[in-house]
Every structure is written in C-alpha cells, then in structure tokens.
Design a protein around this ligand. Structure first.
Ligand SMILES: Cc1cc2nc3c(=O)[nH]c(=O)nc-3n(C[C@H](O)[C@H](O)[C@H](O)COP(=O)(O)OP(=O)(O)OC[C@H]3O[C@@H](n4cnc5c(N)ncnc54)[C@H](O)[C@@H]3O)c2cc1C
Length: 286
C-alpha cells in the first residue's frame, strides 16, 4: 500500500473543508472495509485519507411516526441490525443488515460507505429501494436529496460529486407492511449474494395496492424493478401474475457470468426468487 496522511476531522464542516482542500488526492474513509481492500490492490492510491469516524452524531438513528426513519451515514451495519426501532418498524432492514457479511464486517462497515461504494453486489441498497429511501448529499455549497434509485449510476459509480459526502439516509414511514428479503448465497452464507431480492407490498382482499422491488447482484447497479412492480399493482395476486412478475423482473436485469453463476442462471433465479419473495410479502401483508 502507498504511504498516505491520515486526518481525523472532528466536525462535518472540517471534513468537507479537508475534502475541498485535498481534491483528487483525498479520499474519505468510514469503516474502511471496502476502501482498504482497494488501496491494498492499488486500485485507489489517495495521498490523504480523511476519516469520518470522529464526526459527532454521524451514526444517529432516529424514528418519527410522521416523518419516518433517518439514519446517519456513519451508522454501522451492526447498529442498524440491533436497533430496536428498526426491528419494530422496518423488519426488512433488520433482516437485511443481519445478513450482511459476518459480524466482523458488520461491526466496522457503515451504511454510508456501503451505498457510496456503488457496488452492485451489496445488500442494503435493494431493501432501501424497496422502502423508497432517499439519500442526503452534503458539500460545502449545501445539501441536496436524491431518491436512492437515482443515486446508483454504474459499477462503483454514484451520483456523488467531488467534495460531496453522503450524510443521511431517509426512509418514509412504513406503509407497505408486507415484506421479504432473500439473499441467495448458495456458496456460503457469508458470501455476497448471487441474487438478492427485496420487496415491500401492501394488499387488501388479495389485491395489490402498492409494491416496490429492489434487486442486487444482477446488473451494474442495484436495480429498481419498476416494470415488474407495474405487473402487480392494482391487480388480484395469483400464481400466474406472480410468474409474470418474475419474468418481467428478470427482463429488467443484466447479470454477468462470474464465479457465482452464469448470467442465464442468475436470470432464472430472479424469476424464482421474485415469486417466492412476493408470496412471503403477501402473507405478511395479510
Ligand atoms: C469480507 C467482506 C465481505 C463483505 N460482505 C458483504 C455483504 O455480504 N453484503 C454487503 O452489502 N457488503 C459486504 N461487504 C462490503 C462492505 O462491508 C460494505 O460495502 C461496507 O458497508 C462499506 O462500508 P465502509 O464504512 O467500510 O466503507 P469504506 O470502506 O470506508 O468506504 C467505501 C467507499 O465509500 C466512500 N465513503 C465512505 N463513507 C462515505 C460517505 N459518508 N460519503 C461519501 N463517500 C463515502 C469511501 O471513500 C470509499 O470510496 C463485504 C466486505 C468484505 C471485506
């Protein structure tokens, strides 16, 4: 690994000022679980590493029944997994974060670092898309808010501009109470997903009122499967419709052949797992 200076600003403003000062030479570090691997492999060689660890309240988790959930970007996977308020109001997030890697990574990795890395294999993005989450991006010039499904641009590329930090994740109050998260990891439970499916759904008398579907590990970004949602919304849910939804979801993916399986296999698994997840969500919704 190349030599670098390590800075630990104690406020958000100081961190933003350091980012501006060091520009392309600087890189922020949160838990370091992704960044350090990239630095060791010399894919990234920052001269200055700016830690976010000492920014006060950067890991705060707050819930309000009217405004929903706000998670500071510095919250670690384990904080989210163990949060009582999240387990109660957003069980899909509890389940998702419980299934990220293993405790060693969950104790270090943060939600901000996870989303900012823009890695399509990671889990939280799909569940947060299923919850219609937004991200707050902050720079010296101010703040902007983006829907999470507009945040992912391409492999390891997000909508973050130079000098911008992801500071908060906002999740609306829970309205679609049926949910399911399936992390399909046939090689080992600690592996990245071969296919990940996250769904939230509301239904009355078997009719789907609303549904949101996120998929990971099946394209260059974490996918918001909008057309698949459309096949279900407003219709009476039955096996045929769910099969159709699975087919449409698969058509919205663009997986690659890799050591977790061929693209064709992953597309087939999307069809199967979307149906399975939607059935589970429907049971929970009723
Ligand atoms: C062995 C192993 C297994 C893993 N398994 C899984 C898994 O099963 N599921 C899963 O989802 N992930 C997994 N990961 C990936 C990793 O844990 C997550 O992506 C992690 O959340 C990254 O967070 P971090 O805080 O460590 O980020 P860092 O490594 O500190 O940073 C990652 C990137 O984001 C940038 N960054 C960090 N914070 C911010 C911010 N607030 N604003 C802007 N940019 C920022 C950094 O500059 C860097 O480019 C695994 C990683 C390892 C090493």
């Amino acid at each position: 690994m190349n030599r670098f200076d390590y800075l630990e600003p104690t406020t958000l403003n100081k961190a933003l000022a350091l980012m501006e000062k060091h520009g392309e030479d600087g890189r922020v570090i949160a838990g370091g679980t992704s960044l350090l691997i990239m630095m060791r492999q010399r894919l990234l060689m920052p001269k200055v590493v700016i830690s976010l660890a000492r920014i006060p309240k950067f890991d705060t988790i707050r819930f309000n029944a009217k405004t929903g959930l706000r998670i500071g970007a510095g919250a670690r996977h384990r904080d989210i997994e163990l949060s009582a308020v999240i387990k109660k109001h957003y069980p899909i997030l509890h389940e998702t974060f419980h299934n990220v890697a293993q405790p060693r990574i969950r104790n270090m990795g943060t939600i901000g670092g996870n989303l900012a890395a823009g890695d399509p294999l990671t889990d939280p993005g799909a569940s947060l898309i299923a919850l219609d989450a937004e991200v707050v991006l902050t720079s010296g010039a101010g703040q902007r808010t983006l829907k999470l499904d507009e945040f992912f641009i391409d492999y390891y590329q997000t909508a973050l501009n130079a000098g911008e930090l992801l500071t908060e994740i906002r999740v609306p109050p829970p309205t679609r109470l049926g949910w399911s998260h399936i992390k399909f990891t046939p090689r080992s439970v600690e592996d990245f997903a071969t296919v990940g499916v996250a769904i939230t759904l509301s239904a009355k008398n078997g009719i789907c009122e609303d549904v949101r579907l996120g998929l990971n590990s099946v394209a260059s970004i974490i996918v918001h499967a909008k057309q698949a949602e459309q096949t279900l919304r407003g219709k009476t849910i039955d096996d045929d419709l769910l099969r159709q939804m699975g087919e449409v979801a698969a058509s919205e993916t663009d997986p690659v052949d890799d050591n977790r399986g061929s693209a064709e296999y992953k597309r087939e698994m999307v069809k199967v797992l979307v149906q399975r997840a939607a059935k589970e969500a429907l049971q929970r919704a009723s």
